[in-house]
Write a protein that binds this ligand. Structure first.
Ligand code: MF3
Ligand code: CO
Ligand code: CO
Length: 256
């Protein structure tokens, strides 16, 4: 299936699903602190999603065993919540929430800190969020996917970080991962032209050290090869006539 243009009815359903996904991140923040396990955070998110009449999309997706992905420190993405180790003061973590509501997906993630992060970790979190917004700002009808990737890559590399290349953003709707693939690196003016009515995620993964990743033997957990820190922020966006609408914007969230 090629890139879809969503109808007004579909866009309204995307808005509802995406608002719910955003509200999970609003809700979970106060629970993130030293001593809590990622399994406990997963359980709280799962219950909230189900209570709101939705389904956590990751659960059983290609065999993923939990309801959200939680990626701590050197984990780039697809971390599996577990009861083994509690969060420690200074840990940084991404919680990635995808819900299915009335047949449509909303997908968003952000970084949290357990207790107080050190300045280098804070800087990585901040610059990665800026990378997401440098990408979002490129979205408008007539722009190219390469414009998004180039803006993200430029900001990461100007800050002496690297962009993970093995994982990308994606079209989203009735499918979790639809076309197109949204790279977080590239060349301006290249790639697919954006059209009003497209919905896709932008979700840059930015490494403190080198860009290279590997998957652990559990088949899911993606870590930095050099074991330095990695950060990720994700929004689902709609291409509008004027530019973009961030469908997963949280209450009170200010653009970077
Ligand atoms: N939410 C992730 C994304 O942004 C995908 C997670 S797939 C899972 O695309 F199976 F690991 F949950
Ligand atoms: Co996601
Ligand atoms: Co995504």
């Amino acid at each position: 299936m090629s890139v879809q243009i969503k109808t007004a009815e579909e866009i309204e359903k995307m808005r509802v699903a995406c608002r719910l996904a955003a509200s999970v991140l609003e809700m979970i923040g106060e629970h993130v602190k030293p001593g809590v396990t990622t399994e406990e955070l997963d359980r709280i998110c799962h219950e909230y999603i189900v209570e709101h009449g939705a389904t956590p999309a990751p659960l059983n997706y290609k065999g993923f065993p939990k309801s959200v992905c939680i990626s701590v420190n050197q984990v780039i993405c697809h971390g599996i919540p577990n009861e083994k180790k509690a969060l420690k003061n200074g840990d940084i973590l991404n919680i990635d929430v995808t819900v299915i509501k009335d047949g449509y997906h909303g997908d968003t993630s952000m970084m949290f800190v357990a207790g107080k992060a050190n300045p280098a970790a804070e800087r990585l979190n901040r610059v990665t969020r800026e990378c997401l917004f440098r990408g979002i700002e490129m979205v408008r009808p007539g722009a190219k996917l390469g414009d998004i990737g180039a803006a993200i890559q430029k900001h990461a590399e100007a800050n002496h970080y690297s962009i993970v290349r093995e994982y990308c953003g994606h079209g989203i709707g009735q499918g979790f991962h639809e076309e197109p693939q949204v790279m977080h690196f590239g060349k301006p003016g290249t790639g697919l032209e954006l059209q009003e009515g497209m919905t896709f995620t932008i979700e840059p993964m930015v490494n403190q050290g080198k860009r290279h990743s590997k998957v652990l033997p559990d088949g899911w957990t993606v870590v930095t090869r050099d074991r330095k820190l990695s950060a990720q922020w994700e929004h689902t966006v709609l291409v509008t006539a004027e530019g973009y609408e961030i469908l997963t914007l949280r209450n009170g969230e200010e653009p970077a």
